[in-house]
Ligand binder design. Structure first.
Ligand code: PRT
Ligand code: MG
Length: 217
């Protein structure tokens, strides 16, 4: 059967770190999305193409079957909810952690002990809500779409929930990490219907990704 596949990726670290996994599956992408303005990239396999979308839109494309599979961060998948998605592989790429950070000098532990109500700016309102509820911390969540680090600096919030990898963004903005919420890595997500109808074509790729990810752990 002639099965064609569409893979959804975001440019930047996810694209860059997925390329070696694709290569392990014998698939090469010659366009560089940072240079080309094309949103649909062909691959060395005429039946497989890559679509370039916003990181937070990857689950949506895969959920609706506009892409058969994609790569998205656990942060993005938790906020999306994961409906319609099968998540077979933790790819162990684009690793970071989700943390609570506050301005250096703000006594977070004591504010929490005193039962203070904290204003928290974040893109990850669902994960943040669950985290603070589980800890019994009272929060007002303020939804942002980026540059969370600015929130406490201009008095928008007392704290932020954001992703941290090297910690240099926090340091540059005089913020300190006071709680780690969870480790984050990117996952392969597959459309549930495609998994059945395009199994023959998808399965070898999923297995190659699995092997490549395993060798990184
Ligand atoms: O940038 P855009 O708004 O288009 O979308 P995006 O930020 O969701 O995409 P992108 O490509 O930046 O991130 C895609 C995925 O990479 C995320 O969903 C995470 O799963 C993962 N990832 C891994 C990260 C980081 N590491 C990371 N460090 N995503 C973002 N960051 C940011 C973080 O938000 C903070 O602003 O980098 C800054 C911190 O980095 P350090 O090294 O200074 O600590
Ligand atoms: Mg980004």
């Amino acid at each position: 059967m002639n099965q064609s596949l569409t893979l959804a990726l975001s440019k930047g670290r996810i694209f860059d770190e997925t390329l070696p996994l694709l290569e392990a599956a014998g698939i090469t992408v010659s366009d560089d999305p940072e240079k080309s303005r094309k949103l649909i990239l062909p691959t060395s396999d005429a039946a497989i193409r890559v679509v370039i979308v916003r990181a937070s839109d990857v689950p949506t494309y895969v959920q609706y079957g506009a892409a058969d599979f994609g790569v998205a961060g656990k942060d993005v998948l938790l906020e999306h909810g994961g409906e319609g998605l099968y998540q077979p592989v933790d790819l162990a790429i684009a690793k970071c952690r989700m943390s609570v950070a506050v301005p250096a000098g703000f006594d977070y532990a004591s504010a929490v002990r005193q039962g203070a109500r904290l204003r928290v700016a974040t893109k990850y309102v669902n994960v943040a809500r669950e985290h603070f509820a589980a800890k019994g911390v009272h929060v007002d969540l303020i939804k942002l779409y980026g540059s969370m680090e600015l929130g406490p600096l201009v008095g928008l919030s007392d704290a932020i929930v954001d992703l941290v990898s090297t910690g240099s963004t926090l340091r540059a903005n005089h913020l300190v990490e006071v709680e780690q919420i969870m480790d984050i890595s990117s996952r392969l997500v597959v459309n549930r219907a495609a998994l059945k109808t395009k199994r023959e074509k998808l399965q070898p790729i999923i297995e190659a990704f699995e092997r490549a990810a395993q060798s990184k752990k």
